[in-house]
Ligand binder design. Sequence first.
Ligand code: FES
Length: 143
Amino acid sequence: MYSDKVMDHFKNPRNVGEIENADGIGEVGNPVCGDIMKIFLKIENNIVTDAKFKTFGCGAAIASSSMATELVRGKTLEEAWDVSNAAVAEALEGLPPIKMHCSVLAEEGIHKAINDYRVKKGLEPWVEKNPHSHEHEDMTCQH
Ligand code: FES
């Protein structure tokens, strides 16, 4: 059911933990399954210099957070914002359709953390342009 990459990131998740004095923190939850993901970003000169996560959720959510934090590291805020759930799933060599919504949590967590940083800096938060961002709210999670 799962690709080797998903299993690798589930068994050996990268960037687990918290960043002390993180510049941006994003916490998102899936109201259906109750899974929760918290993303921490360190941002210097508009670059994501560090990214960590804590996920209380299913294997696909853990693998997605691991991959998402890997993908945003070293990127500008604009590039990090554009890391979509589809890009996370693709980097994981695919997720089963019923599990795609788990990767949406990662995208949302990154977005929330970026906007947390922007608001703290007195900047306008960026607007979600991804229409499927809340798709998971209507879906039943299957662990
Ligand atoms: Fe709830 Fe994956 S995030 S089942």
